[in-house]
Write a protein that binds this ligand. Structure first.
Ligand SMILES: Nc1ncnc2c1ncn2[C@@H]1O[C@H](COP(=O)(O)OP(=O)(O)OP(=O)(O)O)[C@@H](O)[C@H]1O
Length: 353
């Protein structure tokens, strides 16, 4: 049985400027131990979709307009707040970049890690303090016995993020959700944290949802990649399939606009028949959509060089892509491999478009 089943999750924000269609009909399953990378530009609904399932969106202006989120078979959207609060941090760990939910500057790291455990009644205070040292060791903080007595300002940015991860995994959750958890870190530290996460995933056999705007970050970490745009899933599938046999023009655009530091990572950005050499970096032309009362159709259509007339009329369903790996889904009226074959100027061999 899947650990998490998200069914038709739809979230709206009722604002003075109109209704924001933040998340529309998001549907997917997450298996125990699976790592899902959720990727998309700012405003694509990545954060809101997880905040909504955890009962953390402000209501109002937010509201769940439909759907179910089954975690171990129980619908999180109808769970009493007290039970949901207990689940958060215990069975579902969270690491957010948001400073509001990050470390408390006036408490020692020990107090904060121990609190994450004792607040769920899992251990006595003294046992939790001993566990805090083990957890710092687990996340690769040197001299954990000494470090645990220190305050967050005595830690470097990377070490602080490791401490946040220690808190996120303190109760050995079944699911860890990380939202832009490495975005503020420099590239070297980011790579170290990603290695740590791969290691932890194995040791704790937990499932992960890793949210990022950077395709490069999920390469090598995620089993499954889910690309979101305009509050919808545009493409989803085994990571290798999404990177190497891309079917959504939006994913293709994201892969072409990877920053320089992603060069040399483990994936190749090509579709069959395309040159293997990475094209020169190009931003996706155009601006993200205004999600207030969006027009019908595929939200990416106005920015999509391969859009056909149907893209402007009706949102395509998310379905198995033709001749693709099992479970490789795409929402597109156009056929990207064919469209790229017909537009060698866009497929690119390192020349600018
Ligand atoms: N409190 C709010 N009131 C109104 N609109 C909101 C609110 N929170 C989020 N939204 C809107 O919901 C949409 C989805 O936002 P979301 O934060 O999920 O995007 P994201 O893909 O996670 O981007 P980012 O990485 O910038 O957080 C956006 O259009 C955003 O403006």
């Amino acid at each position: 049985m899947p650990l998490l089943q998200v069914k038709d999750l739809t979230v709206r924000f009722d604002t003075a400027g109109g209704t924001v269609h933040a998340v529309s009909g998001v549907t997917y399953d997450l298996e125990p131990g699976e790592t899902l990378g959720v990727v998309g530009e700012s405003g694509s609904g990545k954060s809101v979709h997880v905040l909504a399932m955890l009962g953390l969106i402000p209501k109002p202006p937010g509201r769940i307009a439909g759907g179910q989120v089954l975690f171990e078979g129980r619908d999180l959207l109808t769970l009493p707040e007290r039970e949901l609060r207990d689940l958060r941090g215990k069975k579902i760990g969270m690491i957010f970049q948001d400073p509001m939910t990050s470390l408390n500057p006036v408490l020692t790291v020990e107090a904060q890690v121990a609190e994450a455990i004792t607040s769920h009644g899992l251990m006595s205070r003294s046992a939790a303090r001993a566990r805090a040292v083990e957890l710092l060791d687990l996340v690769g903080i040197p001299e954990p016995r000494k470090r645990v007595k220190q305050f967050p300002h005595q830690f470097s940015g990377g070490m602080r993020q490791r401490a946040m991860i220690a808190i996120g995994v303190a109760c050995e959750p079944k699911l860890l959700i990380a939202d832009e958890a490495t975005t503020a870190l420099d590239v070297t530290v980011q790579a170290q944290i990603l290695d740590l996460m791969k290691d932890l995933k194995r040791k704790l056999s937990m499932a992960m949802i890793w949210i990022t705007h950077d395709m490069g970050v999920v390469a090598g970490l995620a089993d499954t990649v889910q690309v979101m745009y305009g509050g919808r899933i545009m493409e989803r599938g085994p990571a290798r399939a999404v990177f190497n046999d891309t079917r959504s023009a939006y994913t293709w655009g994201l892969l072409r606009s990877l920053p320089d530091h992603s060069e040399g990572r483990v994936y190749e950005t090509h579709t069959p028949g395309q040159a293997r050499k990475r094209p020169r970096l190009r931003q996706i032309a155009g601006a993200p959509p205004d999600m207030t009362d969006p027009p019908p159709g595929d939200p990416f259509a106005p920015r999509n060089p391969f859009a056909i007339s149907g893209c402007f009329q009706e949102m395509p369903p998310l379905v198995q892509a033709r001749d693709a790996a099992p479970g490789h889904l795409v929402a597109a009226w156009y056929d990207l491999p064919k469209a790229l074959a017909a537009r060698p100027d866009l497929a690119g061999k390192g020349e600018g478009a």
